[in-house]
Design a protein around this ligand. Structure first.
Ligand SMILES: [Zn+2]
Length: 287
């Protein structure tokens, strides 16, 4: 079990704290793409925040988060459900920007001063809750703490640790989400924040890697692990999903493909899976 969440209660059950290790998932989503380091960091943070938010969901609830940069074509997405299925991706326009252009920007510069967060929560029974807030911190992680305070009136703290090797590949990814429960003193969220900052070394030391299950006890007193479960990258794409994309090709191109007995291959942008459409399938589609 390489990606998982530990749900805990701490400080006399006044706060719930979720601990997440999602290194393998982040490697799968971020490392195998030819994307700039800035995008890798921004995507990794967004996916990690989404993974932590998935731990707040129940039943069939789903959440989609969208990080919108000041450039309206530049967006980063994460979709999660209560079963811990996570997918994350980048808008085509941002993905196709020249590597150097984006690499010269920090995450803060990429987000810019007009960035905003959108959270769509599908709470079942065809009911969707949408929240939008601006991004005063421009670093994604603190902006989501701000989102919860503004939009859901919940004192929440997020922390994401990502460690890179010398080839700029992510080799460790961990995160924490703390949320005060009703009646808790507001100062408790600052206590948790301080303790997390003081213990960055425990969270991000790759060489002397602590067993993740020990970490809650190393950081906080009076903490009890309530639940532990795996989370996983799941794109959820299928061949049917890509038929509309085939339709969007021009008719001549499709006719040409089946007449010359050529298959058409479409690659999923999110997971990299390849789908091949045979000449017969293309013919059926055109006729
Ligand atoms: Zn896919």
């Amino acid at each position: 079990m390489n990606n998982y969440i530990l749900k805990t209660l701490a400080y006399n059950k006044q706060v719930r704290i979720f601990f997440m290790e999602n290194t393998d998932m982040i490697k799968e989503i971020c490392n195998n793409k030819n994307i700039s380091n800035t995008l890798k960091t921004a995507l990794g943070k967004t996916v990690s925040i989404g993974t932590l938010i998935s731990a707040t969901l129940k039943g069939n609830q789903r959440v989609s988060i969208k990080v919108n940069a000041s450039n309206s074509q530049h967006k980063i997405f994460a979709d999660v459900d209560s079963m811990g299925n996570i997918r994350g991706y980048i808008s085509d326009a941002l993905l196709n920007e020249p590597l150097d252009t984006i690499n010269n920007l920090s995450v803060e510069e990429l987000i810019g001063d007009k960035g905003y967060i959108q959270v769509m929560k599908d709470i079942g029974m065809h009911s969707v809750f949408t929240g939008v807030t601006d991004m005063p911190y421009r670093n994604i992680v603190d902006d989501f703490s701000y989102y919860f305070k503004q939009s859901e009136q919940t004192d929440t703290f997020f922390s994401v640790n990502m460690v890179y090797n010398e080839d700029n590949e992510i080799i460790l990814s961990r995160g924490i989400m703390a949320q005060l429960l009703p009646g808790a003193p507001i100062s408790l969220i600052d206590t948790i924040k301080e303790i997390t900052f003081e213990n960055q070394l425990i969270l991000s030391n790759f060489n002397d890697r602590k067993n993740f299950k020990e970490i809650p006890h190393l950081l906080f007193r009076d903490i009890e692990i309530v639940e532990q479960y795996p989370v996983q990258f799941l794109c959820g794409c299928s061949k049917e999903f890509f038929y509309p994309m085939l339709y969007s090709l021009n008719r001549e191109e499709l006719v040409d493909a089946y007449k010359s007995e050529k298959s058409i291959e479409i690659v999923c942008n999110v997971c990299g899976k390849k789908y091949s459409f045979s000449p017969q399938e293309i013919k059926n589609l055109v006729q």
